[in-house]
Design a protein around this ligand. Structure first.
Ligand SMILES: *[C@@H]1O[C@H](CO)[C@@H](O)[C@H](O)[C@H]1NC(C)=O
Ligand SMILES: *[C@@H]1O[C@H](CO)[C@@H](O)[C@H](O)[C@H]1NC(C)=O
Ligand SMILES: *[C@@H]1O[C@H](CO)[C@@H](O)[C@H](O)[C@H]1NC(C)=O
Length: 404
């Protein structure tokens, strides 16, 4: 061995100092806030040290006072495209676990991936297989699109006697349709065109809205939904008619006439089935943006009794196109939806962060002393893993210890 006894000791000492420094700076990043006192720091540290051995399956993360809770039936409509199979697999896996771990016993959260008519034989075969395996895809009777009325047609599928697209019928093989690419500069008012197969009803032949769900959510596939917090916030709204719930999204770049009415940002909003049904009957596409069109329909229908703007609890993670640097919005445990998670890795890290935060809080709930328990609940899982992501190297990252 080339290292003498003393040299070895020095190396160990140096390594120890470096380790301590690294650990201290990690702690500093994690806890640089006055909101968290030393006792909750200690609790968090204990928790973090056991984290590597954590196995979440069959864990109950967040199910307080289960007996007194009325069940809630939510359909989470995740807007996807047939080609995005990998993304669906990731989302399906994370949401399914999260629902299992956090929904109340009487809750029923149904995932539905919403896609248009297949454009090729390959897409048809693929979607047939995926549907057989998971039974969680809603194929709309219209070509794939973003702003050509996909939401309106999605809402029509909740009609009482709606007949779902018979993808396994031979007729589906002769009904392949190219995606619609909307040209905003050359936009003209027009009507939604659908391509029902034999046996299906048109929207105006559907009598009433179905009674399967209390809430219908429209979610983009680059949005992460904090499901337990969403359920908690929707529960008091059970039974409300004309519910239109989301983040007020009046974008400045829009024409002034589309700013005359409020609308919810398209990455995530929730409606009641009666409102979905009413909107599904408005077939004129007047505005080349899905969310603006939706707000316009609600406004024109005069069904604004329960338009609820949850501005403060929806977070947008966005990229500033001018500066080409990521601006990372703060992950907060009281965010219902986090948007613009384009890269799968970023979506997954966000999902992981929320699961860890809930797992950590479940630990807190086992503490008997209420004072300690409250202290424990005040801390959230540190954002360190998030910082490590390659796309966020030059990011301006902040740990937000906002309390619920
Ligand atoms: C987690 O626990 C479940 C059930 O106890 C077990 O089936 C599974 O293999 C475990 N997973 C890991 C990664 O240890
Ligand atoms: C949840 O709701 C869906 C849609 O109505 C239904 O098919 C399913 O059977 C329900 N699951 C439970 C456990 O009630
Ligand atoms: C809109 O609905 C409200 C009740 O929610 C009603 O009082 C009002 O008269 C309606 N306005 C129009 C223009 O129909």
């Amino acid at each position: 061995m080339g290292i003498s006894g003393k040299g070895f000791q020095r190396t160990v000492l140096k390594a120890t100092i470096i380790l301590i420094a690294v650990f201290a700076s990690l702690l500093w990043i994690s806890f640089k806030t006055d909101l968290i006192d030393s006792q909750s720091k200690a609790l968090m540290n204990d928790y973090l040290s056991t984290l590597t051995s954590k196995n979440f399956s069959n864990n109950v993360l967040f199910k307080a006072n289960e007996e007194n809770v009325p069940g809630l039936r939510l359909c989470l409509g995740i807007f996807s495209q047939i080609s995005s199979m990998d993304r669906r697999a990731m989302i399906r896996n994370e949401y399914t676990n999260m629902i299992k771990e956090t929904a109340m016993k009487n809750d029923n959260v149904t995932l539905k991936f919403v896609v248009g008519i297949p454009s090729t034989r390959e897409e048809l075969d693929q979607v047939r297989l995926e549907l057989l395996a998971y039974n969680d895809i809603e194929i709309l009777p219209m070509p794939e699109n973003m702003d050509e009325g996909k939401t309106t047609v999605f809402f029509q599928t909740f009609g009482e006697n709606y007949v779902h697209y018979p993808i396994f019928d031979e007729s589906a093989e002769n009904n392949l349709r190219d995606k619609i690419m909307l040209d905003r500069d050359d936009f003209k008012t027009h009507y939604i065109e659908t391509f029902e197969l034999p046996g299906m009803l048109r929207y105006d032949e559907v009598q009433n809205y179905g009674k399967e769900y209390d809430f219908i959510a429209k979610v983009d596939d680059d949005t992460f939904v904090n499901i337990p917090y969403l359920l908690q916030n929707l529960r008091p709204l059970l039974g409300r008619k004309e519910l239109y719930y989301g983040r007020d999204c009046c974008r400045k770049e829009l024409l002034s006439e589309s700013r005359e009415f409020p609308y919810m940002c398209g990455f995530f909003y929730v409606v009641s089935p009666d409102l979905a049904f009413a909107v599904s009957h408005r077939r004129e596409v007047l505005l080349p943006w899905e969310d603006v069109q939706m707000g316009y329909s609600v406004y024109k229908l005069n069904k604004t009794k329960n338009s609820i703007f949850e501005k403060s609890i929806l977070t947008n993670v966005w990229q500033d196109p001018e500066h080409e640097a990521w601006s990372v919005a703060r992950l907060r445990k009281n965010a219902i939806a986090v948007h613009n998670l384009k890269e799968p890795q970023v979506w997954l890290e966000t999902a992981k962060w929320y699961r860890l935060t809930y797992a950590y809080r479940a630990q807190c709930n086992r503490i008997v002393s209420s004072k300690l328990r409250n202290q424990c609940n005040r801390a959230i899982f540190p954002i360190v893993d998030y910082i490590k992501l390659k796309n966020y190297e030059q990011a301006e990252t902040t740990t937000d210890f906002l309390n619920v």
